[in-house]
Design a protein around this ligand. Structure first.
Ligand code: NAD
Length: 353
């Protein structure tokens, strides 16, 4: 099936179709493709409109809008973060997004993005680790074994060659779920009962927990030299995972500083504490890891360009598939000024008694 040529019909990727598309491509190949797509867009970072996301906070969560444009296309994501949701059987993070044509302003894609966010977050983590982690990294600790965890583990396997993942969660049932899902996928999976045990021998430490508070998932004494920390869960004001002392001795790499200063681990530091923008490492303008003993930290919060890359990639990958429906969501009368007349013409003729 080709994407609709009548510009008023908008291809829509439902959750069901996203799952079919991901299974059609393969989970790991999909994350490799997404990591490549995101990296390609990080290489042209200056071309994008950038703004910290627009956040609406409540006591128990946040709802955010994440827009960006490269001048040709515009994208935005609606995303929430509600750590207490899982207690009611709901997801912590859900999302959907739109890609639009800048020339006309017409949307060209509407997509579920709960699954796509998990895929793009993992792909971004793996892309960052590819540039920052020790070259011989084969073991990753995965602290927080919720919805994002399996994606993080498999992206690190597919992109960085991780062979062993060491799981820890304060809720053992999350670790059991994660271990069961990862079984038979080519990773050695070790379930641990403490964070300390999980990071034993790990060259990459991923923290991906959810709690709306300044949590201390990792203390300074736990983190040895030479590791790469992929801190995913601290992504809101008042919601962090690492002890400040770790930040003080780490080389810190971020997506978009104006957003990360508000939301990331570095909200614990002075506003002028030096950080490096990841895109500058990728384009060779700045050095990444300086030596084998350096602690590198990717202070991930999730930035709009990653969602834009993911939406564009999905749009490309839909071509020739049946994994979308045409949505009649843009009113587009034949005479563009006759919006009212279009409604009148749609009125059913009065039935003759
Ligand atoms: P989730 O609620 O499904 O899982 C979180 C897990 O963390 C749970 O299993 C919970 O038991 C565990 N946990 C909480 N406190 C812990 C602690 N002290 N030690 C160990 N485990 C602990 O959430 P999720 O969808 O997997 O998301 C995880 C985090 O990642 C959230 O905070 C979310 O906001 C964030 N996130 C960030 C990005 C990004 O781009 N940086 C993208 C998506 C999600």
């Amino acid at each position: 099936m080709t994407l609709p040529s009548r510009h008023a019909l908008v291809p829509f990727v439902s959750v069901d179709n996203m799952m079919k598309l991901v299974l059609h491509i393969g989970i790991e190949p999909m994350m490799v493709e997404l990591a490549d797509a995101i990296e390609a867009d990080f290489r042209r970072w200056p071309e994008f409109d950038k703004t910290p996301r627009v956040a609406s906070h409540s006591d128990i969560g946040v709802i955010e809008l994440m827009p960006t444009s490269d001048g040709q296309q515009y994208g935005f994501k609606y995303v929430n973060g509600h750590p207490s949701n899982t207690r009611q059987g709901l997801q912590t993070v859900t999302a959907f997004g739109v890609l639009a044509d800048v020339a006309t302003g017409y949307p060209v894609l509407l997509s579920e993005m709960t699954i796509l966010t998990a895929l793009r977050t993992a792909a971004t983590s793996a892309m960052a680790a590819k540039w920052l982690a020790p070259r011989d990294a084969r073991v990753m600790a995965m602290i927080g074994n919720g919805a994002q965890a399996e994606f993080q583990a498999l992206a690190m396997k597919a992109v960085c060659g991780i062979e062993e993942v060491r799981l820890y969660d304060i809720d053992p049932s999350a670790t059991r779920k994660c271990a069961a899902n990862l079984a038979g996928r080519g990773l050695r999976v070790v379930s641990c009962t403490t964070a300390e045990d999980a990071i034993l021998g790990a060259q990459i430490i991923t923290t991906c927990t959810a709690d709306k508070q300044y949590a201390t998932i990792l203390t300074d004494n736990l983190v040895g030299g030479g590791v790469h920390i992929n801190a995913v869960g601290g992504d809101c004001p008042g919601k962090t995972e690492l002890h400040r002392d770790i930040l003080l001795r780490a080389g810190i790499f971020v997506e978009y500083p104006p957003q990360t200063r508000i939301e990331g681990e570095i909200q614990q530091l002075a506003p002028d504490h030096p950080v490096t923008e990841l895109w500058q490492v990728i384009t060779g303008q700045t050095q990444g890891r300086t030596d084998a003993t350096q602690v590198t930290l990717f202070d991930s919060v999730g930035f709009a360009i990653e969602d834009f890359s993911a939406l564009r990639h999905i749009h490309r990958r839909l071509q020739g598939t049946r994994f979308f429906q045409d949505l009649d969501m843009i009113a587009d009368p034949d005479d563009p000024r006759d919006l009212f007349g279009m409604i009148c013409r749609a009125e059913a003729p009065a039935s003759v008694a």
